[in-house]
Design a protein around this ligand. Sequence first.
Ligand code: GCU
Length: 897
Amino acid sequence: MMLVSRLAAGVAGGNVRLRAAVLAVMALAGVHAAAGTSAPGDSAGAGDAAVRVQMPLANGWHFKQAAGLTGVEAPQFDDSGWDQVTVPHTWNRIGNEGYERSPESNNIQGTGWYRLKFRAPAAPKGSHYFLQFDAVSTVANVWLNGHFLGRHEGAFARFRFDATAALNPSGDNLLVVEADNTRPAPGTATANVPPLSGDFFMFGGIYRNASLIVTRPVHIDMLDFGGPGIYERVSAIQADAATVQITSRVTNNDCKPQRLRVETAILAADDKVVASTTSDAGPIAAGAVSVLQSSLNIANPHLWNGLSDPYLYRTVVTLRSAKGAVLDRVSQPLGLRTIKFDPDQGFFLNGEHQYLKAASMHQDRPVKGWAVSDADQEEDFAILADLGANATRLAHYQHDQRSYEVADAKGIIVWAEIPLVNKVSFDGTPANAAFSANARQQLLELIQQNRNHPSVALWSIANEIDLTPTQVKGPSRPASLLKELNALAKSQDPDRPTTFADCCEVEGNTQRDPIVGLADTVGYNRYFGWYTGHFADLGPMLDKAHARHPRTPMSVSEYGAGAALTQHSDDPNGGPINPHGRPHPEEYQNLYHEASWAILKQRPYLWGAFIWNMFDFSSDSRREGDLTDVNEKGLVSRDRKVRKDAFYFYRANWSSQPTLHLVGRRYVDRAYGVLDVKAYSNASQVHLSLNGQDVGAAACADGICLWRAVHLQSGSNNLQATADIGGAAVSDSLQWTYAGKPGEVHIKAGDLTGYVAADHQRYGSDMYFSGGEGKGVNPPDTASEKRVNVEAADPQLFNSYRIGTFSYRLPVPDGKYKVTLRFVEPTASAAGERVFNVSVNGKLLLKKLDVFAAAGGKLKGVEKTVNASAHDGALVIEFAPEKAEAVVSSIAVMPSR
Ligand code: GCU
């Protein structure tokens, strides 16, 4: 028997393969592993066999996605023509590369039916049977052998039904599940189930594990909002002692009152018992649940100290009959730690200040959608840890248990959340009773199922709860529900602060409830330089919010930018980004994060900053970058195969691991022969060579190392970077090609990704400029049917422009050049409204140019060619307005033959 208990310890240590083996062994031995039931040192021999059994219900399901089916729950229903599937499962498939939705996509939101024939494991007479679903999306109706067991509303929490009355312990059983993920609207089954909407796809199905759990009639409660039935509360921690209160809920499903003994033990990581207590309980009336308290003292407590030392104890509660037989045993992780959120100084773990450097995560993968495995979740946390993050936001809903377990084991602080997203009703009115009740249920499920995880530091009760009212400029009344949920969280778990993420705080708008301050802390979701404004707007906005809410600890709960792996820019400052469309050059995401992190790290009053998002994720409202149905603000691709450049910016800033990453490896075929080379590194300096030639060393600041104006060679360019980081030699390399010819430069002004003209001449994106602003004749997110076209032989060469007072310094060898400038008048409605001069190397070559007049009107292309000489390796073209602002759409420079 000792073998079994060591295996149980293995499970607590998070070893999945071992976990599966244990489940098999214990199923064989009739012991429930997931709760880590067999506590070491428990020498109660044969009694153990009575402990609970968990049988996975994974294989052999028949499935059909269809509306309007009836009689499916009946044993005789013919499902012979249905698909055979394995659970976890979803029928949806969302998100693909390319600009069109793939024919393999399935975004049907409706009902899916599952039917499973199974036999229960052998168990002592009088055993009790529970069906457990770790999650079904969104509304689940469950039948066993034709008997309706119950309905669960909510896509993200574990739920259980007592199946004892309906189950056939010695023969075949038929389990039927109807899953409904209909898009919420008035009258749908999902109309009162948060979320009513969200920027993530609600996959349908039994997308997490399902199992049958067999217990003795007296057992730890199985029906407490899907919770483990035993709950820890660390009531005091001093250097030499810690006190832990354990609440155990015991259910007597026997037909007569029962007396029992409750053994509560706390085990150290090496399985040694460090504290224990035994108490007699009962008689517990038949059918009653009794709540028992015990208090344990741990000498010389070893704290759970985040990344540096995520030390875990285990609490094990064993129920014994009056005769000493083991009736049930449940184990839970225990971490001893204190957390504090201070409005001026930020976050403290065990009294130590920590800036929470984090990235948020959704739970989806290509093809399998939400039906992710334990290994997937472990990989996600391994990538998060590699980034150097010390926290994560599991958005916008309860994730699978494995994620919280891994966070505990890795020492990652967790922002845990319920899916109250965007709105509380369809019409801006306060939440109705049914919706509020379900939000409370989902909050209680989140808390009861995750409160024993030391990694969880906050309960989030909402995300952008007034976004939809803001978008439709309508009323927003979420305050009453937020107050209710905040109070519920505080009463259920007084030891953790509450929070929510705000998107749209405005002052003095009477149509909308002010909400900041309704929870203990707040997070701001802000996207300056993406959806609105400029990068630099973030600092002042945060300082103002801090001043407005001096007693509310605050964080930035979302900030981020999209990045496509196949779209690139020579200079991401060159033109406007289209946040809701294409293209999303990877370089813009780099720029966004470099600028935003520089602002965030300088604000110690912030308790954390959460990058949106760790991974690209499915969202069927998105047509962005180079993907369809995907939000690509991830630092890592959805298949987890590609870490985007910005990932390494943070690794260089956040991680202590030696990091050296040359930026731009996916932009191979370069448009310009002279460019800046950048690396992200936590080295103090990095050396660069190009095709074996030394380019020199660059000092690195804030994780960025820059080599200005590196000259590429025609053809292949092998760049090699090397550095010594704390005695570790690190290197990185990439390959670029340059097909351009010396002295030839073709620029598409105001454009972010460049263009290959009708004459096959390639124009790089806007580059070498200083001053002015890049714009398009159509604002970035103009709907295609509303876009205006420029009248020209090759209209696209004129559909963007730089405007203002600006110049270009083109790095070309000294000599004579033909410079062709193309212009379009974007806005003036008459000649004379815009007049400007163009000089090259100080020589005025286009005097008092009036594009409207020259082109014969607005939105008509016109080009001017001048001859010029380059000196000191450059052609400097200056655009100086006389009236209004100067403009230019493209520049083509060719050596004069
Ligand atoms: C919001 C929202 C996210 C969404 C993100 C985005 O802030 O909370 O769910 O994905 O913005 O627009 O990418």
